[in-house]
Write a protein that binds this ligand. Sequence first.
Ligand SMILES: Nc1nc2c(ncn2[C@@H]2O[C@H](COP(=O)(O)OP(=O)(O)OP(=O)(O)O)[C@@H](O)[C@H]2O)c(=O)[nH]1
Length: 368
Amino acid sequence: MGIIEKIKQIEEEMARTQKNKATEYHLGLLKGKLARYRQQLIAEESASSGGGGGQGFEVAKRGLRVCLIGYPSVGKSSLLGQITETKAAVAHYAFTTLTSVPGVLRHNGAEIQVVDLPGIIYGASQGKGRGRQVVSTARTADLILMVLDATKSTHQRESLEKELESVGIRLNKEKPNISFKKKETGGVKITFTSPPQGALNEKSIKMLLKDYRIHNADVLVRDEKCTIDDFIDILNDSHCNYIKCLYAYNKIDAVSLEEVDRLAREPNTVVISCEQQLGLDDLVDEIWYQLNISRVYTKKRGVKPDFSDPLVVRNNSTVQDLCSSIHRDFAQKFKYALVWGSSAKHSPQKCGLTHKVHDEDVITLFTK
Ligand SMILES: Nc1nc2c(ncn2[C@@H]2O[C@H](COP(=O)(O)OP(=O)(O)OP(=O)(O)O)[C@@H](O)[C@H]2O)c(=O)[nH]1
């Protein structure tokens, strides 16, 4: 039996099983299996398409990236046209022509890459077609901007969330506070910092570990609210991405004021109209805020810093993160850095890779 059939079988069994105290463990086990098979499916796809990507999908990442996700015709191309410098044609993507269009959003002197993902994400978790390529690009996002049509039902949002959830993309969620270390010997050791509240207990953890054929490991659950799902995420850690998501309801010009008001009150939500150019400045400000951006200006020795083209990194980034944003291998060549600005104790301060930079710092990097 292929993985897709196995996934289907488990999903059917889960749908048949009633949710109650007696079935809690069995359902947990099924969820664990499902996560494992889905992970295998994604790994297979990546291997067969030469490491993710796929035709028309490798968009080189520079600085921070926002990915637009949404159903066809919600107004993604129009939005990209409004907030970025790439004037993407309002065009219909045929199923065969999958191209992601990167645009550049300039704000507060920094550049943010905005990638429009085609609206064909549905069915990705079942391994259908190109949806998975969309998902693999979505994983590289620093922020997901889910574009929704205010005139349509809430179904579009729920089904996109479900789809992303099933491929291991967790929206607006922190990584579960569970430490998990595989070992060579010594058996399984499980510790809770306080008594667990739900079904995540010694029994269910042991059962899942057995199913994953892990016989030696240390597990420390630091949060009493952690669930079985959280532990499964930790077991499949390499396939889980915790990404912030901002919801943008477009076409508010076509719905009632009451409806706009209701949508605007939802968490992490901005209401816009691309056609009437409403709410777009708020949206850009919110993107900036959600990305937690720091701008760091580079300075060559003996020359004034270049204030026109900052490196853009997340707040709390280190010099190492900065190096990686320049080039994957740059950190290996790194010798030391001189830093001017609020993160430096004195100006300039000589720093190593672990130094945390602040917004508007100036830095000179010295290589070996
Ligand atoms: N009423 C209204 N219509 C809009 C708005 N923004 C976009 N539209 C219309 O919605 C339709 C789809 O817009 P696109 O920008 O092509 O949507 P898309 O999400 O990129 O669609 P795909 O390319 O199919 O993924 C077009 O006919 C637009 O004119 C808006 O703010 N209000």
